[in-house]
Ligand binder design. Structure first.
Ligand SMILES: Nc1ncnc2c1ncn2[C@@H]1O[C@H](COP(=O)(O)OP(=O)(O)OP(=O)(O)O)[C@@H](O)[C@H]1O
Ligand SMILES: [Mg+2]
Length: 436
C-alpha cells in the first residue's frame, strides 16, 4: 500500500483500539503521527525479514484523544548560588535577617540580599520564611519590593532572598531628612502605600507588620512595601484554628489585637497604615508606647474611650474586662493635627477607628476626597452649602527630592530606636494548605 492512499477512510488499515475516535478532527491528527512512524519501521527492517504484523514504533508518543494535552510545567531548576553575587556592604541586621547590598556578577545589577536567620532552627525550614517568599511572589506590584530569586550558600542554613535594591527605608529617611515631607508628598506616598495594601489584600495576603522601617523608598519618589516576614494568607473562614496575636510591631498594633481578638483581618493593616499616615505628618511615630498597657491608654486618650456605638464588640473581647476605661471624653485629633485639612483628619480618623468592621479599607481610602481635586463637603461641617477645595494635589513622584542613600553606604546610618517586630517562634505551626 502506498503512503498516499493511506488515510482515515482506508478500510484495510489496522487501527489500535487506543486510537479509535469518534472525533474526525483527531483522526486526522493521528495519521500525521502514525504515517511517519510506519515509514521509519519500513526503513529499519532488513529487506528479508517480515515486520511483526501489529508492531508500530511511533516517533512521537501517541496519547488517547480523550486525555487532554499536557499543560506546560516549567522544569525544576536548582537555586543559583549566592556566589553569583558580589557582596558590597551590610545594610541592616533586622530581627529575622541580615540584609546586604550586592552586585549580580552576570548582569551588574545592584540588589539586596536578605539572609534568612536559620541557624537556630531545629524544626527545619521555618514556615515564616516560606510565607515571606510566598507572599512576596503573590503580591508583585509597583509598590511592593520586587523579589528576584532565592539563592543558597554552602550550608543548609544559608538561604537568601534576592530583591531589588531600594535606596532608603522611610524610617531612616524621616530621621535624616532636614524638613518633613510636604502635604503634597505625603498624599503621593499614602496613595502608593494604599495601592500596595489594596493589592496585597486583593491577593488574600495580610502583611501584619506595616511600619515605616518596612517601607522602602527610592530616589524617584516611589515607596515599596517590604518585609513580608509576618505575612500570611487569610480567607473565609478567617484564621482557622485562631491567629497569633504576636503580630505587628507594638506602636502600629491595632486595638483588636491588643485586646486579644482571636481572629482579625485586613483592618489590622489599615490601623498600621493610619499610624504611618500620622507619623508622616508628625515626623515621629504616633504612639511611642513602652508596653501594651501604655499603648492602650495612649489610644484611649487620642480617640476617646470606646463606646457601644464606636465599638459594639468591645466588651466581648478576651482582655476587655481586665481594662478600666477612663471617663468619656471626645477625641483629640484636631488638637494633635492642628494644620491638617478637614478631609485629611477625616481620612486619618477613618483609619484609626476602633471597630475593625467600621474601619476604612484600602480600596475605599484610595477614593477618599483627601486625594482628589473635587470639591469636598466636610463631614463635620454643618453648613452643607460651604465647600472646601482639597489642596494641594499629590506631587508627581518625579518631583521628589533625592537623598544620600545610607543603605548604599553614602552616609552613616543612625542607630535604630523603634521596637522590633514580635517574635515569630510562637507562630511556628504545622504548615497547612490554608496557611500557604
Ligand atoms: N530591598 C531592599 N533594599 C534596600 N534595603 C533593604 C531592602 N530590604 C530591606 N532593607 C533594609 O533592611 C532592613 C531590614 O529588612 P527587613 O525589614 O526585611 O528585615 P527584618 O529582619 O524582618 O527586619 P525587622 O525585624 O527590623 O523588621 C529594612 O528596614 C531596610 O532598611
Ligand atoms: Mg523589617
Amino acid at each position: 500500500m502506498s503512503e498516499s492512499t493511506a488515510g482515515p477512510s482506508t478500510p484495510s488499515r489496522k487501527r489500535s483500539r487506543w486510537q479509535n475516535s469518534d472525533d474526525n478532527d483527531h483522526e486526522e491528527d493521528q495519521q500525521l503521527i502514525i504515517n511517519p512512524a510506519k515509514r521509519r519501521i519500513k526503513l529499519k527492517q532488513p529487506a528479508s525479514s517480515a515486520a511483526p504484523p501489529n508492531r508500530q514504533i511511533p516517533k512521537y508518543p501517541v496519547h488517547s484523544v480523550y486525555v487532554p494535552p499536557r499543560t506546560y510545567h516549567p522544569p525544576i531548576t536548582p537555586s543559583r548560588s549566592v556566589y553569583s553575587y558580589e557582596r558590597l556592604n551590610q545594610i541592616e541586621e533586622g530581627t529575622y535577617g541580615v540584609v546586604f547590598r550586592a552586585k549580580d556578577k552576570q548582569t551588574g545589577d545592584i540588589v539586596a540580599l536578605k539572609k534568612l536567620k536559620l541557624d537556630e532552627e531545629k524544626n527545619g525550614f521555618p514556615i515564616t520564611a516560606l510565607r515571606e517568599i510566598n507572599a512576596l511572589m503573590a503580591c508583585r506590584h509597583e509598590n511592593v519590593v520586587g523579589i528576584r530569586e532565592v539563592v543558597v550558600g554552602d550550608t543548609l542554613t544559608q538561604v537568601f532572598i534576592v530583591m531589588d535594591f531600594i535606596e532608603h527605608d522611610l524610617k531612616s529617611l524621616l530621621t535624616l531628612m532636614p524638613s518633613p515631607f510636604l502635604q503634597s508628598e505625603i498624599k503621593t506616598l499614602m496613595l502608593q502605600l494604599l495601592s500596595a495594601v489594596k493589592h496585597c489584600h486583593a491577593n488574600w495576603i495580610l502583611h501584619r507588620d506595616l511600619k515605616t522601617s518596612n517601607l522602602l523608598m527610592n530616589n524617584r519618589g516611589t515607596i515599596m512595601v517590604a518585609d513580608f516576614g509576618l505575612a500570611r494568607r487569610y480567607g473565609d473562614p478567617v484564621g482557622v484554628g485562631g491567629m497569633t496575636q504576636l503580630v505587628v510591631t507594638l506602636w502600629y498594633r491595632a486595638p483588636e489585637i491588643l485586646l486579644g481578638a482571636e481572629t482579625y483581618s485586613t483592618a489590622v493593616d489599615m490601623w498600621s497604615v493610619g499610624c504611618i499616615f500620622a507619623e508622616l505628618l508628625l515626623k515621629e511615630p504616633l504612639f511611642q508606647a513602652k508596653n501594651e498597657l501604655e499603648l492602650i491608654s495612649m489610644i484611649f486618650k487620642l480617640l476617646g474611650p470606646p463606646t457601644n456605638n464606636t465599638w459594639p464588640a468591645y466588651s466581648s473581647l478576651p482582655l476587655a474586662q481586665t481594662i478600666t476605661l477612663p471617663p468619656p471624653h471626645p477625641h483629640q485629633f484636631r488638637q494633635k493635627f492642628q494644620y491638617m485639612t478637614t478631609a485629611g483628619i477625616d481620612l486619618l480618623m477613618s483609619m484609626l477607628t476602633y471597630d475593625p468592621d467600621q474601619r476604612i479599607s484600602a480600596e475605599e481610602a484610595l477614593e477618599h476626597p483627601y486625594f482628589t481635586f473635587v470639591l469636598f463637603i466636610a463631614r463635620s461641617c454643618y453648613k452643607f452649602n460651604e465647600v472646601h477645595r482639597e489642596s494641594p494635589l499629590p506631587k508627581h513622584p518625579d518631583l521628589f527630592g533625592s537623598f544620600p542613600s545610607a543603605a548604599a553606604g553614602e552616609k552613616k546610618r543612625k542607630v535604630f530606636d523603634s521596637p522590633s517586630a514580635p517574635a515569630r517562634a510562637s507562630d511556628y505551626k504545622v504548615l497547612t494548605e490554608f496557611d500557604m
